[in-house]
Design a protein around this ligand. Structure first.
Ligand code: SF4
Length: 442
């Protein structure tokens, strides 16, 4: 037991750099009725927050942190001098079930260093999921991190057992990947993502067809027999992760890469992971981590692309020519998101010509561009304005941040006047410095 807990300490710690979140959807599955174990329903998968503020799930482990690759940014690279450990398949299965029964976790996130070969490693990872699903009827959430160089058959098999699959693109550009992870192949990564996207779409279409057939009346003479249940394939889709700040890629490059991944492969999520300096690091790496707020701003910008109709080009425009210098959104450096204000607010401040937006007339897509108005608030405003003209009090009732919203909207009894043109507008929104605890013995 002692051996197992030391392995767990090593392999859970080694997995903390993998970002994951189960909140973006999975197939409903549960053990109500006494069959199976686990559930993907209810309050969702447990999340935890690492000391640096990153959202992580509770049972997140590596099968092993031995690795034959030498990615410079990775603490588990072959040349790294860290304690190593390796679980057996049965150990991961037992740990998952044990934690699950004790209500400590709601799912498994399994990744691995690469041992012997990509196929050998991937087989072990898939076997964990197979044993959980087929031998223990485990109905909890399973996220498998896949190895892009593994055979397509193994990736297909992984999708049968996992809710979500992911392949890390690691870095936003091929140049960054070549310099920091020379054994990884950007083309192979994208090829595997493409194969997974096709299989996910096929499985989704087959399920839709099946649901359509199931809705037909049963007893029509000559009606075809109901088709067999379409096999699921990674119903929670695929995701990926990019390291931020390990290479010189700016935010514009990172968001352009994300936009390409969402558009090209239908990814559910791109996770951004601020580079953490590691022991005995290569000189090719920066000596310090990027500010964590940069990672946060990238998540906000990513949200704008997925749910608010912004393109990456709008969020971080191309570097301005000398004539427009100084007009970059939020006063940020060219190619970078402002650290001082969220990207939606920075865009609004940089585009006063697009405001004020009339709450009583503007279409949904324009309302979504107003700082401080989220998707839910916009839908409530749209519903309310069908029956009355919207006033200042309607905003107050929605509990939106009025100081942020009012300069950008007009309502039946509100006009922002010259607020929008005020040179002090941007300054009034700038992030206040976080107060620091004074040293007791300075
Ligand atoms: S393959 Fe994965 S575990 Fe191995 S060194 Fe690269 S990033 Fe680290």
């Amino acid at each position: 037991m002692h051996r197992l807990s030391s392995k767990l300490a090593i392999l859970a710690d080694a997995a903390k750099y993998d970002a994951s979140c189960a909140s973006s959807g999975s197939a409903p599955r549960h053990s109500v009725g006494g069959r199976g174990i686990g559930s993907t329903e209810g309050m969702g998968i447990c999340h935890s927050y690492a000391p640096d503020g990153r959202c992580i799930s509770l049972l997140k482990i590596l099968l092993t942190n031995f690795c034959t690759y030498d990615c410079l940014y990775c603490v588990n690279r072959v040349s790294s001098n860290v304690p190593r450990a390796r679980f057996t398949v049965q150990e991961v299965v037992d740990l998952t079930l044990d934690f699950y029964r004790r209500n400590c976790i709601e799912g498994l996130f399994l990744s691995s260093g690469i041992i012997q070969s990509p196929d050998y490693t991937m087989e072990l990872v898939v076997e964990v999921a197979r044993v959980l699903r087929e031998e223990h009827d485990f109905r909890g959430y399973i996220h498998l991190k896949t190895i892009p160089d593994a055979s397509p058959e193994l990736l297909a098999r992984a999708g049968r057992f996992a809710d979500r699959l992911s392949i890390n693109v690691e870095l936003p550009t091929p140049e960054g990947l070549a310099s920091l992870a020379p054994e990884k192949n950007g083309t192979a990564i994208r090829r595997s993502m493409g194969r997974m996207a096709v299989r996910i779409a096929e499985a989704r279409d087959a399920r839709r067809e099946q649901q359509g057939a199931a809705a037909q009346p049963r007893s029509l003479p000559g009606a075809p027999a109901r088709p067999a249940a379409a096999p699921a394939f990674a119903p929670a889709g695929q995701s990926t992760q990019m390291i931020v700040g390990a290479d010189g890629a700016d935010d514009r490059t990172i968001l352009a890469a994300s936009a390409g991944l969402y558009g090209g492969f239908g990814l559910r999520r791109v996770y951004y992971s601020a580079f953490s300096p590691i022991p005995d690091a290569s000189r090719a790496l920066p000596p310090a981590a990027p500010p964590l707020v940069r990672e946060h701003r990238l998540y906000q910008a990513d949200w704008l692309m997925r749910f608010y109709g912004f393109s990456h080009d709008e969020i971080v425009p191309p570097a301005p020519g000398p004539a427009q210098a100084g007009s970059a959104s939020g006063g940020s450096a060219p190619g970078m998101l402002s650290l001082d204000m969220d990207p939606k607010l920075a865009w609004a401040v940089a585009h006063p010509e697009r405001f004020p937006v009339d709450l009583n007339r503007a279409p949904r897509e324009l309302l979504l561009r107003v700082p401080g108005l989220g998707v839910t608030s916009v839908d409530r405003l749209l519903a309310a304005r069908r029956v009355r003209r919207l006033r200042h009090a309607d905003l107050a009732r929605l509990r939106v941040p009025l100081a942020k919203v009012l300069p950008f909207v007009e309502a039946a009894d509100h006009r922002p006047g010259r607020l929008l043109e005020s040179p002090r507008l941007a300054a009034s929104f700038a992030r206040r410095p976080v107060p620091a605890q004074a040293e007791l013995f300075a």
